[in-house]
Write a protein that binds this ligand. Structure first.
Ligand code: IPM
Ligand code: MG
Length: 360
């Protein structure tokens, strides 16, 4: 039986609740499809930081490199500044493993009501967020701290290689879908990096004559997300623009507790990493009410990446089955169920799929 080595980083807060829940569902899917996931858990988190004064050991990246993929919960604790915790764990992993695509589906599932009224057609598109450079950069600094002259400089980094590869990824995706890429820009206000982003987007578009490219300024695009979310196919965006758009997108399709993401190294030279869009949610942590669906769906994306697209589809179908066919849902979706009830319901729905398949 093929086995896949997965490094598990539950992280902080609700990460520690939704990760084991998702593992239960993924193990069930693995059993159904005849493969094995071998999980190795690492305690790296803000709690680890309290003891060791670092988010993860100095050789953490080398340790993780031995795995096929990384399954991450969420990182963050109010007692530790976010830029310390995130730049100590999440961002170094994304960069060291060249996970330059952050793929985030924005899809309204069966059984979920969008916050938008009158959505007639399905909302179903993909955001391809650049994940290694752009506005998230260490280039810059502070001077004259504590004086009236104090200043902070933060540079954005856009490289030809970095923009080209994420554009190509988006165009390849669109080629297998609706044939349209919307590129988030702001070249009317940001005069160096964004015209460069547009220029490379057009160069790549010229190599894909069948794919339509539309450039939309980020401010207008945010409005379009709410006014006509059913018209998108693939949206490509820089690191910060993609970050903002995907929280907006996740809210449109019901709850940030549902939305998944895949930090991909498309060349597969390094592990990819799968994590929900939501954070560690300290306000609801420990209560057993966190929505496990974002983590479960991220796991479905992981199975797809390692070569089991049907298993991933089964998991998503099971989630939709539960959402559409029952009232078993967590409070963020207006229900009263806890994490474990939702998880058990998804596992039971998966089992039903498998029984139907056996009978067919
Ligand atoms: C995300 C998160 C992170 C990001 C934060 C926690 C650094 O918001 O994955 O969307 O901005 O990349
Ligand atoms: Mg975000």
């Amino acid at each position: 039986m093929p086995a896949h080595k997965i490094a598990v980083l539950p992280g902080d807060g609700i990460g520690k609740e939704v990760v084991p829940a998702a593992q239960q569902v993924l193990d069930k899917a693995a059993e159904m499809w005849g493969f094995e996931l071998t999980w190795t858990e690492f305690p790296w988190s803000c709690e680890y930081f309290r003891e060791h004064n670092r988010m993860m050991p100095t050789d953490a990246i080398d340790q993780l490199a031995a795995f096929d993929e990384v399954f991450l919960g969420a990182v963050g604790d109010p007692a530790i500044p976010d830029h310390v915790s995130l730049w100590g764990l999440l961002i170094p992993i994304r960069r060291s493993f060249r996970q330059y695509v952050n793929l985030r589906p924005i899809k309204l599932l069966d059984g979920i009501q969008s916050v938008l009224r009158d959505v007639a057609e399905p909302i179903d598109f993909l955001v391809v967020r650049e994940n290694n450079e752009g506005e998230y950069s260490e280039v810059g600094g502070r001077l004259y701290e504590g004086t009236p002259q104090e200043l902070a400089v933060q540079e954005s980094i856009f490289t030809r290689t970095g923009v080209e590869r994420v554009m190509e990824y988006a165009f390849d995706l669109a080629a297998g879908r609706g044939g349209k890429v919307v590129s988030a820009t702001k070249s009317n206000g940001i005069i160096h990096t964004m015209p460069f982003w547009d220029q490379i987007g057009r160069e790549v578009a010229a190599r894909y004559p069948d794919i339509e490219l539309e450039e939309v300024h980020i401010d207008a695009l945010a409005a379009h997300f709410t006014l006509r979310p059913t018209t998108f196919d693939v949206v490509v965006a820089s690191n910060l623009f993609g970050d903002i758009l995907t929280d907006l997108g996740a809210a449109l399709v019901g709850s940030i507790g549902i939305a998944p993401s895949a930090n991909l190294n498309p060349e597969r030279a390094f592990p990819s990493m799968f994590e929900p869009i939501h954070g560690s949610a300290p306000d609801i942590a420990g209560k057993g009410v966190a929505n496990p669906i974002g983590q479960i769906w991220s796991g479905a994306m992981m199975l797809e990446h390692i070569g089991y697209p049907e298993a991933g589809e089964d998991i998503l179908a099971a989630v939709e089955d539960v959402l559409a066919g029952s009232q078993v849902r967590t409070p963020d979706l207006g229900g009263t169920a806890g994490t474990s009830e939702v998880t058990d319901a998804v596992v039971a729905a998966l089992e039903r799929t498998s029984n139907r398949r056996d009978r067919a």
